[in-house]
Design a protein around this ligand. Structure first.
Ligand code: ADP
Ligand code: DP6
Ligand code: CO
Length: 382
């Protein structure tokens, strides 16, 4: 090495920083699973705090196939806070919701540092709240395609940050922060069956997620995810629901008269493991959500022909058994992709139906080789 290079490498303030980085760099990694909503959230009464116009309920998938994975590094040497979403460097200045989440978690860390300083002495506490962050977030399923990537994505980001900061905070408290990233994210922090209580306060302090039952409460319940299209949707959830709030009269009826009753019945159905009740409410709520989209002006169309064909196949399947029992339930979020809920004993029949009506899908075969794997289709055509 020349003298200048050697100085640069070993003596300069920059190289000192490099050494310091090793001691100061803190890294955490976490995963959050995909969720599937059975009572839909659609409409905000406060767009900044993300306060909803109705309560909602979802099931967080327990299988590991579909998830968001987030790694966060904090270092005093990072020049600014940056985010790579699925490997792409994104400009976080424009992402107000991400800024809101970061600000809230940092504020809690600052409070915690003050407490730690009092307990441990001022020199023994890392001022992590002042470090910039490098955030890498990845979804192993299509982003912004109506498969609820914002839910697992923001839940994972908020959770990983709380781990990095070692915050002494309950999951329900944390859900109020994830909510400010994307409403559905507050439910994704928990596993199993999770309700988002809309709350009534203007500051959002009672708009939070609570677990209704853990996943192992109803082990026979299965969710089949059928990916009809993995392209980015035309109307984002945020934009779509605001247009609905501004123009739909059906939404008023839904939030005042329908959802409160359905939330209570759905919680009972889950507690009693009553698939009949669960399936009926799930399909009715999906139907009403898409009716509300149609009642928006101009209308929003999230379902396509393949989605409607799936509804017909499931309806036919449910009416073809002699006892006229509901054996499966479909539901669609803000996109064309279907989720089919059923119980374990019906899985082979349903997979056969999908294979028959939507041929050419290799993932159906994968399912048969490992029947306990979640079914994930790439694209299914008519
Ligand atoms: P989806 O139906 O997939 O939830 P949305 O329109 O609600 O679609 O939200 C998509 C947006 O959520 C993305 O454009 C991005 O801003 C954000 N998002 C998705 N995944 C992540 C992630 N892993 N980390 C951070 N933000 C994410
Ligand atoms: C139809 O949570 O994505 O999937 O709060 O604006 O980010 P923002 O919306 P988002 O909306 C999800 C809507 C839904 C139903 C649901 O997941 O509850
Ligand atoms: Co979303």
């Amino acid at each position: 090495l020349g003298l200048a290079e050697a100085w640069e490498k070993f003596v300069s303030p920059k190289s000192q920083n490099k050494k310091r980085t090793k001691a100061y760099l803190r890294k955490r990694l976490a995963e959050k699973q995909m969720l599937k909503t059975v009572i839909k959230y659609w409409g905000k009464r406060d767009e900044t705090l993300i306060l909803p116009t109705n309560s909602s309920l979802s099931v967080t998938l327990s299988q590991d196939q579909l998830h968001s994975k987030t790694t966060i590094r904090a270092s005093p040497d990072f020049e600014k806070t940056r985010l790579w979403l699925n490997g792409v460097d994104v400009d976080i200045e424009k992402n107000k919701r991400l800024q809101n989440c970061l600000r809230e978690v940092r504020r809690l860390r600052k409070e915690y540092e003050e407490k730690l300083r009092k307990d441990k002495g001022p020199d023994n506490v890392l001022t992590l709240s002042e470090y910039n962050l490098h955030i890498c977030s990845e979804n192993n399923f299509p982003t912004a395609a109506g498969l609820a990537s914002s839910a697992s994505g923001f839940a994972c980001l908020t959770y990983t940050l709380s781990q990095l900061y070692e915050l002494p905070i309950s999951t329900t408290e944390l859900s109020k922060i994830a909510r400010q990233g994307s409403g559905s994210a507050c439910r994704s922090l928990f596993g199993g069956f999770v309700a988002w209580e809309m709350g009534s306060r203007d500051d959002g302090s009672d708009s939070q997620a609570v677990q209704i039952a853990p996943r192992d409460h109803w082990p026979e319940l299965e969710a089949l995810i059928c990916i009809v299209s993995d392209t980015k949707k035309g109307v984002s959830s945020t934009e779509g629901m605001q247009n609905t709030v501004n123009t739909s009269t059906l939404l008023r009826h839904r939030i005042e008269h329908v959802v409160p009753v359905r939330m209570r019945s759905m919680i009972d159905a889950i507690r009693e493991r009553d698939f009949q009740k669960f399936a009926e409410i799930t399909m009715q709520d999906s139907n009403q959500f898409h009716a509300v989209c149609l009642d928006t002006f101009p209308p929003i169309f999230y379902l396509n022909d393949v989605s409607r064909a799936i509804i017909r196949v499931i309806t036919e399947y449910n009416s073809s058994n002699s006892e006229k029992k509901l054996k499966a339930a479909y539901t669609f979020d803000a996109g064309p992709n279907a989720v089919i809920y059923t119980t374990s004993e019906n899985i082979p029949e349903i997979i056969n139906l999908i294979a028959k009506y939507f041929p050419g899908n290799d993932d159906v075969k994968n399912y048969f080789s490992d029947p306990f794997q979640l079914f994930v289709g790439k694209t299914i055509g008519c």
